[in-house]
Design a protein around this ligand. Structure first.
Ligand code: MN
Length: 227
């Protein structure tokens, strides 16, 4: 037994549809990847993609409920296609990018929008707006060997049964391949990394008691509720 001061935290993992667990290393997120959402946030669609991250232990699985987080009065949902990386790589060419994908899931980039707005205004980091506890509910991972690499298909989110967000994966400004190629210029991607690939229009606030159900055609679903 190594001489750890305290017992190391258990690895974070996401269930795989056909069985087994995907051990999570890092969670990267793509900012501004659907034109309509960029317009609703008042930004320019021509901006190049940028990335931020959430800690691995922000991941929530199994449809578990999440408590309304502290320090916000504007807690938002963002439904996103999540890419599960299965093979290491740096400076990955676009043409080889999908070789690094193990599979896909539906996920939620939960956001303290008021803190994000303050951070943007002050030119400060987004961590406390994006990378807080339990901010990344994720559904089951479907292997690409089963579902392929979905380049189009409806992506939507309902709150209490009412549709809030709708879009199509085909409307992503930067495809999964391009996002992987771009991100891997900045960091070495490793098996276990997740990439949340941005959200379509219709983001909005949730309150205690809300039930969130996200769906991506050909990929799967993600569910949580706010308690
Ligand atoms: Mn997002």
């Amino acid at each position: 037994m190594a001489d750890f001061l305290f017992e190391p935290h258990a690895p974070v993992s996401v269930p795989i549809a056909r069985g087994g667990l995907f051990a999570v290393r890092r969670v990267y997120c793509v900012g501004r990847n659907y034109a309509e959402h960029i317009v609703e946030m008042g930004n320019d669609t021509r901006d190049p993609p940028f990335f931020f991250a959430k800690p691995a232990d922000a991941v929530v699985v199994g449809g578990a409920a999440i408590p309304y987080p502290p320090k916000t009065a504007d807690f938002h949902h963002e439904i996103e296609l999540v890419v599960a990386i299965g093979k290491d790589g740096a400076d990955i060419p676009v043409e080889q990018a999908l070789d690094h994908v193990y599979g896909y899931a539906a996920g939620l980039d939960m956001t303290r929008r008021d803190l994000q707005a303050l951070a943007k205004k002050a030119g400060r980091p987004w961590e406390m707006a994006k990378g807080f506890d339990l901010s990344a509910p994720i559904g089951t991972i479907e292997p690409a060997s089963t579902i392929g690499h979905p380049a189009k298909g409806a992506i939507s989110l309902s709150v209490n049964g009412a549709v809030r967000q709708t879009g199509d994966l085909g409307d992503q400004i930067w495809s999964v391949s391009e996002a992987i190629a771009h991100l891997s210029q900045f960091v070495t991607l490793r098996a276990g990394d997740l990439i949340m690939t941005g959200t379509p229009a219709g983001v909005g606030a949730v309150v205690k008691g809300d039930v969130l159900e996200g769906s991506i055609a050909g990929v799967g679903t993600v569910k949580t509720s706010i308690i």
